[in-house]
Write a protein that binds this ligand. Structure first.
Ligand code: ATP
Length: 463
């Protein structure tokens, strides 16, 4: 399976289109189409239900994309959220130096200075991926935050689009404590867009300039971090199982490569067609963030600890999930090409819980009351979520189309349903029955309309 097939399916079947296509496209911009947006919504809704609504210890917020610029000074993003960039002097291609060295020499560069990275490039004769030259500028730091100008007057009118959703959570920490009767340990969750001026975006929706994150800051007592870290890792892996993601691996970051404020980081990586890469991350960030915001805002962020009678600054665990990478991993994991009687079919084996279309209802033809009957059945099955009334083309072609979208089950209305056929099963009329067809096994079964919803619930949606 390669990326081209995924990208082509995504476009052909309305999951994601290249952005601004009528203007010749725009680097690494994509528009989620009707099925992509349903898939994304299902992921976010299920995540919110799993980690916010179903847990008594987590509450949600929805903060702004443009926060007070001091936020980014305090968080360290203004000074440190940089990638190391070099330009090829010959063809002017701009690349991330660390990525290039890792690709060509299999050497990890995390934490190395600009000079050390340049030395590595020289020693290993690192070539330009575009023109093959070995003629590089010096390595420079490039800040990944998008800046923008505010209309309001002030000394400095530069503001930033948030590069992560997490910081709004720290800014609201005191408001949540004061208004929500939360007690340690507790979490604050947020889903939203983040923006990064990536030097080398790519691999379809894997590395984008704007993307969505689902993040939780989980505030804890310092001495409980190890136990709770393991618990969060388990919860994150259970999430992968829930949405049907296989091929997920843990990667422990080496102690010496951790940022100064992180005591432990584990990534959950996925085997994408272009290699094993980060899907989600879990980090123990100590009391760094609250401490920084306390210093920079000069507002006390400590809370009263009943047990010790003292004021304490909570420590933080940060589990983080990328929505776009989840979509991509799901498409890659679910994609299959299978030999069938009349050739080959492409199918997405998506878990019913996140599939963009739950049930497709297909009248054999629109005439002779079948169209109206299909509408009645559509109204019954829509309890399962987004369903489709699919009435164009041959039934075989319609099944193939639904297979490619990942619809778990199709329901067909035919002349038997209408009582207009002499067909019987064991002498019993087939009137008011429909055919259900399972996407994965392609097996078909005749079911009474009166029992349809229960049958679908048991066989597909309650599993
Ligand atoms: P990478 O090393 O791949 O650049 P990161 O370590 O910078 O990722 P985090 O800062 O931990 O990523 O961001 C949290 C999550 O946000 C990631 O696990 C990923 O799912 C998602 N993410 C980060 N950058 C991008 C991007 N440019 N496009 C799409 N998703 C992203």
């Amino acid at each position: 399976m390669n990326m081209d097939k995924i990208v082509s399916l995504a476009k052909r079947r309305g999951f994601a289109y290249p952005g601004s296509e009528i203007y010749g496209g725009f680097a690494n911009s994509y528009t989620y189409g009707p099925y992509g947006v349903e898939l994304k919504k299902n992921i976010k809704d299920l995540w919110w239900k799993t980690f916010v609504q179903d847990r008594p210890d987590v509450v949600g917020i929805d903060g702004d994309i443009i926060l007070h610029p001091k936020t980014w000074k305090a968080s360290g993003h203004l000074d440190n959220f940089n990638d190391q960039m070099v330009d090829c002097k010959k063809c002017k291609t701009r690349v991330r130096a660390d990525e290039l060295i890792e690709e060509q020499c299999k050497i990890e560069c995390e934490g190395l200075s600009n000079e050390d990275v340049k030395k590595l490039m020289q020693e290993n004769n690192v070539t330009c991926p575009k023109c093959g030259a070995v003629d590089w500028t010096d390595v420079r730091q490039f800040n990944l935050m998008f800046s923008t100008q505010m209309a309001k007057t002030g000394e400095d009118d530069t503001a930033y689009l948030r590069p992560e959703t997490a910081q709004a959570i720290f800014l609201e920490f005191k408001n949540i404590v004061n208004t929500m009767r939360v007690k340690l340990p507790f979490g604050i969750a947020q889903i939203g867009k983040a923006f990064r001026n990536e030097i080398t975006p790519g691999n379809f929706i894997f590395r984008r300039l704007e993307f969505e994150q689902m993040e939780i800051e989980y505030f804890i007592f310092e001495d409980s971090w190890e136990k709770l870290f393991d618990q969060w890792l388990r919860d994150m892996k259970s999430w992968c199982e829930l949405i049907g993601l296989k091929k997920v691996h843990e990667r422990e970051h080496a102690k010496e490569k951790l940022s100064h404020y992180s005591k432990r980081t584990v990534d959950l990586e996925f085997d994408f067609p272009f290699g094993r890469k980060e899907l989600y991350g879990l980090a123990y960030r100590t009391d760094f963030d609250l401490g920084q915001h306390e210093t920079h805002s000069k507002k006390e962020l400590r809370i009263h600890d009943e047990a010790s009678g003292k004021k304490i600054l909570p420590h933080v665990l940060e589990p983080t999930w990328g929505v776009d990478r989840t979509v991509l991993a799901l498409l890659c994991d679910a994609y299959d090409e299978e030999k069938v009687e009349d050739g080959e079919r492409v199918v997405l084996h998506l878990a019913p819980i996140i599939a963009p279309v739950k049930v497709a209802v297909m009248p054999l033809m629109k005439k002779d009351g079948m169209g109206e009957k299909a509408q009645e059945i559509f109204d019954l099955v829509k309890v399962f979520g987004n369903c489709e009334l699919d009435d164009g083309g041959s039934i075989g072609k319609r099944y193939r189309r639904q297979d490619e979208i990942g619809t778990p089950v199709c329901v067909t209305v035919d002349y038997d349903t209408m009582g207009k056929s002499v067909e019987t099963r064991h002498g019993v009329s087939l009137q008011d029955t429909v055919t259900i067809r399972d996407r994965d096994t392609m097996k078909q079964e005749r079911v009474k309309i009166g029992e349809l919803v229960e049958k679908l619930r048991k066989s597909f949606f309650d599993k």
